[in-house]
Write a protein that binds this ligand. Structure first.
Ligand code: CP
Length: 309
């Protein structure tokens, strides 16, 4: 299957491409992928200019398990204790002869475009500003698929600072490739998804409803996006945060088989007492991440790999 040269946005991916990535992830999980014959000179550059635990360590582990080495750059040489200022463009040019893919996290949405412009190998967006987190959204889709067998017709409630959650925004874009999906957005009005994002999600007849009163009870998936510490809409009082938190009482009232998801890290959006309840799915979701990250590396960096499927 043909994939774009880079994975920058969830909106780039078709349903077939998403399903293909889920199939490959599942093969990795079941250890059905043939051993990769990898050029041992391959090296991925993880440019993580924002903190990350899951995505950074997850892609490092995925690469290593595929036999690919990684190097990491965390400083932009823009801080006073670095030798001198260096533009992102020059960092990429410097690394071009050494590496075979870039995985990038940056607090500025425009950084990914700068890298693509100058990179001579595939670029994977591992989280850009509050805009996009396509690799996390693919993990979330794969986790839902594992649990329910299909995305079509799924009933999902998404809550938190939706407008500023890059993971939630990318997930809504991917869900838009499926049909008869019902998403309820439960958030402060100013934190709802944008009109454009909702319109794209609805293109194939999916249904989106925004509510301000707690909707709990009829969904199969509760997707708790949490509240970033600071957003363009400001910070959030503990009173607001509590309004959208998933408590044991809410979890008890969910329908049989429903799951609670969260891209992690969790702050206070899910009560830790929910962790032991049957609906708690977020650590399983996190565990499945390794297989999807291996699938992403295999499919997007295929020109640099020699994997016989
Ligand atoms: N879900 C996620 O992106 O986690 P990290 O910030 O730890 O990578």
């Amino acid at each position: 299957m043909e994939f774009p040269n880079h994975l920058t946005s969830a909106s780039q991916l078709s349903r077939d491409q998403i399903m293909n990535l889920c199939d490959v992830a599942e093969k990795f999980r079941l250890q059905q992928m043939p051993p990769a014959t990898v050029d041992t000179t391959q090296q991925g550059a993880l440019l993580f200019f924002e903190p990350s635990t899951r995505t950074r360590i997850g892609f490092t582990t995925a690469a290593w398990q595929l036999g690919i080495k990684t190097v990491e750059v965390n400083e932009t040489k823009l801080t006073s204790n670095m030798s001198t200022e260096e533009s992102l463009m020059d960092t990429v040019r410097t690394l071009n002869p050494l590496v075979t893919f870039f995985a990038i996290r940056h607090s500025e949405g425009s950084a990914i475009e700068t890298i693509i412009k100058h990179a001579e190998c595939p670029v994977i967006n591992c989280g850009s500003a509050d805009q996009e987190h396509p690799t996390q959204a693919l993990i979330d889709i794969y986790a839902m698929l594992r649990r329910f067998g299909s995305l079509d017709g799924l009933r999902i409630t998404m809550t938190g600072a939706l407008r500023h959650s890059r993971a939630a925004r990318s997930l809504l874009a991917l869900l838009g490739q499926f049909t008869e999906v019902e998403v309820t957005g439960f958030s402060e009005l100013q934190l709802d998804f944008s009109t454009e994002e909702i319109a794209l999600f609805q293109v194939r007849g999916n249904r989106y409803t925004h509510v301000v009163d707690a909707p709990w009870g009829s969904e199969q998936v509760v997707y708790s996006a949490g509240f970033p510490p600071a957003t363009p809409s400001g910070t959030f009082t503990s009173e607001i945060r509590r309004r959208y938190a998933i408590t044991p009482h809410i979890a008890t009232g969910l329908e049989h088989g429903a799951i609670v998801m969260n891209p992690l890290p969790r702050v206070d959006e899910i009560d830790i007492r929910v962790d032991k309840m049957p609906c708690a799915y977020y650590f399983t979701q996190n565990e499945l991440g390794l297989f999807m990250r291996k699938a992403i590396l295999s499919e997007f960096c295929v020109s640099r790999f020699d994997i016989t499927t």
